[in-house]
Design a protein around this ligand. Structure first.
Ligand code: DAH
Length: 355
């Protein structure tokens, strides 16, 4: 077999190989096997020296033609493979540009935060400041300086979460008296912080979380929200308390809801009251929601006990004041007739999206 047959047979082989090749990698292998340094065609070209001189020009021409044909065929096949691969990718990642985009949900504030802010707005409008206090308190701020006697039941570990700071190993049971540190059960302790740090006139509210070892049920949550209020100034009377809280109730519940002041006891106020708002479900006639009383309890309040002033270094001969504590979850429940406070804690979007 002469060189020209070899050249033709390589050309034919490459053309056949090209039809079978299905990937760019396989194509590259075929190219290297033919045109690479050790490729078949390259080897044949190297043997040109052995061709008799008179045949050399014709053979050289044929070799060059075969070589450029082979190169062209390979590059055509390469273009085809690239195009096919692109077509396959396009078919796989089809994007329907007519589909509506994904809506980004901005979310809303939780109902409790909304009401807390509304209460802040009402009192800021009356010139009150908004204060803050620690969740982890000492018995001094949560009880003692608020005039709670040493044996007051609310101090017991049944009613207060004690943070064990100094209990001996193995005795971490929350036993009264073993720990001086607790999770605040009320925001009233902030009254003490504020009076320690500021001189009257004081007109402040303090919204925040409080904690009690209660099992969650329709009317109780182990963690809930209060807004404390404190006014200390010269000549403050019960009339100021009543005028302020009536105004608050009308703003938050609407003008058609009545209020009533029921005598009660709190250690830090004297006299003390609980304030009820007329039931929004039955309009005050009595129903299941208000347990047939026509009224729903909304806050505690009273005139600041002179003992508290004394504990905080404020002259009770010069100043008088009133204080109040509003349950924010209760406000939410009463305003929207919520049958169960736990709805506020479960994070159920079907419920929360309504507000
Ligand atoms: N701290 C009371 C509670 O948690 C609420 C309260 C009642 C706050 C009377 C006050 C007040 O400031 O004067 O039940």
């Amino acid at each position: 077999m002469g060189m020209s047959d070899d050249l033709k047979s390589i050309e034919a082989q490459v053309k056949e190989g090209l039809e079978k090749v299905q990937s760019e990698e396989a194509l590259e292998e075929l190219r290297v096997a033919t045109l690479g340094r050790k490729g078949q065609l390259t080897a044949l070209m190297h043997m040109m020296g052995k061709v008799p001189p008179e045949e050399r020009p014709a053979m050289g021409k044929l070799a060059n033609t075969v070589r450029s044909e082979v190169e062209d065929a390979i590059s055509r096949r390469k273009a085809e493979l690239v195009r096919d691969a692109m077509a396959r990718r396009m078919a796989a990642d089809t994007v329907d540009v007519t589909l509506p985009g994904r809506e980004l949900s901005l979310g809303t504030q939780h109902l409790i935060s909304q009401i807390r802010e509304e209460i802040e707005d009402i009192f800021c409008g009356l010139g009150y400041t908004v204060e803050d206090g620690p969740y982890v308190e000492t018995t001094w701020y949560n009880f003692t300086a608020l005039n709670a006697p040493e044996d007051h039941p609310s101090r017991s570990a049944r009613d207060t979460f004690y943070v064990v700071d100094n209990a001996p190993e193995g005795k971490e049971a929350h036993v009264q008296g073993e720990s001086d540190v607790l999770l605040r059960t009320q925001t009233s302790g902030v009254q003490v912080h504020v009076m320690e740090n500021q001189q009257p006139p004081i007109y402040m509210i303090c919204p925040g979380k409080v904690f009690r070892p209660d099992t969650a049920d329709a009317n109780h949550l182990p963690q809930f929200t209060q807004v404390e209020g404190l006014v200390v100034d010269e000549g403050i009377t019960f009339g100021d308390l009543k005028g302020t809280l009536d105004y608050f109730c009308r703003e938050i519940f609407g003008k058609d809801r009545a209020t009533r002041y029921r005598p009660h006891f709190f250690p830090f106020t004297e006299p003390s009251c609980e304030v009820d708002v007329s039931c929004g479900v039955c309009g005050g006639k009595g129903c299941r929601f208000c347990k047939n009383t026509g009224w729903l309890e909304i806050l505690g309040c009273g005139m600041v006990d002179p003992n508290v002033f004394q504990y905080c270094g404020i002259d009770p001969e010069k100043y008088t004041g009133f204080a109040f504590g509003i349950g924010v979850e209760r406000v939410a429940a009463l305003r929207y007739d919520l049958p169960d406070l736990r709805m506020l804690m479960t994070g159920d979007m079907r419920f929360l999206n309504q507000f």
